[in-house]
Design a binder for this molecule. Structure first.
Ligand SMILES: Cc1cc2nc3c(=O)[nH]c(=O)nc-3n(C[C@H](O)[C@H](O)[C@H](O)COP(=O)(O)OP(=O)(O)OC[C@H]3O[C@@H](n4cnc5c(N)ncnc54)[C@H](O)[C@@H]3O)c2cc1C
Length: 227
């Protein structure tokens, strides 16, 4: 069994885990990131497309804002469509210059992975059966399997950035777990289409049959709730 010692063991190389590793590195704190999927899968997983100002600021702070500045599409406002009326909300005017940027989560992930690897960060893909041990002790541990070998990462802290279904949530002792959630009685349908943009900014539409969000990058994404 190969063992590694680090200050923070991070489970999950999504935006949260990667950004945490990057910010820790800037603060001189070591980390090891364990990701279940391979690098190509993580870099190609399509999800978010719109970054709020706070996220953009944080990415700059983490030193990964250069390509975002070059390639991100700034949206200075948004449109609300309610029945037949469209209202423009001028974000920049209302907030003293803040806006949202359309820049795919795939690109954020690529930038963060590239930054971690350039800085010599310990980023491990294809980690199977990641398990948390001794969560309530001073020396929590992570084990995982890669190839045919079992590996161990001994940590001061473990950060669970593995989403809702990952092992971290299950490892939290019931007496310290507080869940705050609101469950809405509808789901989302995302449609990705290669088509010319229909508007220059985001559109949020309310309709008696549901809600639709339109955003565009080079493609068009529409999310519709199904009621
Ligand atoms: C369709 C859609 C559209 C969205 N649009 C927006 C948007 O426009 N703007 C916005 O800000 N947000 C948006 N979001 C939300 C955004 O995508 C999430 O907030 C973001 O992905 C959360 O990042 P995360 O790193 O916490 O989790 P995740 O991205 O889920 O990453 C978790 C990581 O943990 C890994 N993992 C899971 N289990 C294990 C395990 N057992 N061992 C090791 N690794 C594991 C996963 O493979 C993954 O890489 C959208 C989400 C969806 C689904």
């Amino acid at each position: 069994m190969g063992a590694t010692r680090t200050q923070v063991g991070i489970i999950g190389a999504g935006p949260a885990g990667l950004l945490l590793a990057q910010l820790l590195d800037k603060a001189g704190i070591s980390s090891v990131v364990l990701e279940r999927r391979d690098r190509a899968y993580v870099e190609g997983r399509i999800r978010a497309g719109v970054l709020e100002q706070g996220t953009v600021d944080l990415l700059h702070q983490a030193g990964v804002g250069a390509r975002l500045d070059r390639e991100g599409l700034i949206h200075k406002g948004i449109y609300f469509n309610v029945r037949d009326t469209r209202t423009q909300i001028d974000l920049e005017e209302l907030t003293g210059g803040k806006h949202v940027v359309v820049y795919g989560q795939t690109e954020v992930t690529k930038d963060l992975i590239a930054a971690r690897l350039a800085a010599g960060g310990d980023l491990r893909f294809d980690c199977e059966a990641v398990t948390i041990h001794d969560a309530e002790s001073e020396r929590p541990r992570l084990t995982y399997v890669s190839g045919d070998e079992q590996h161990e990462v001994i940590c001061d802290f473990i950060a669970g950035c593995d989403g809702f279904h990952g092992p971290s949530r299950q490892a939290l002792p019931a007496n310290v777990l507080n869940v705050y959630e609101r469950v809405y009685p509808f789901g989302w349908l995302g449609i990705l289409a290669e088509a010319p943009p229909v508007a220059d900014e985001l559109i949020y539409s309310r309709h008696p049959r549901g809600f639709a969000l339109y955003s565009m990058r080079s493609m068009r994404v529409v999310s519709v709730n199904v009621v």
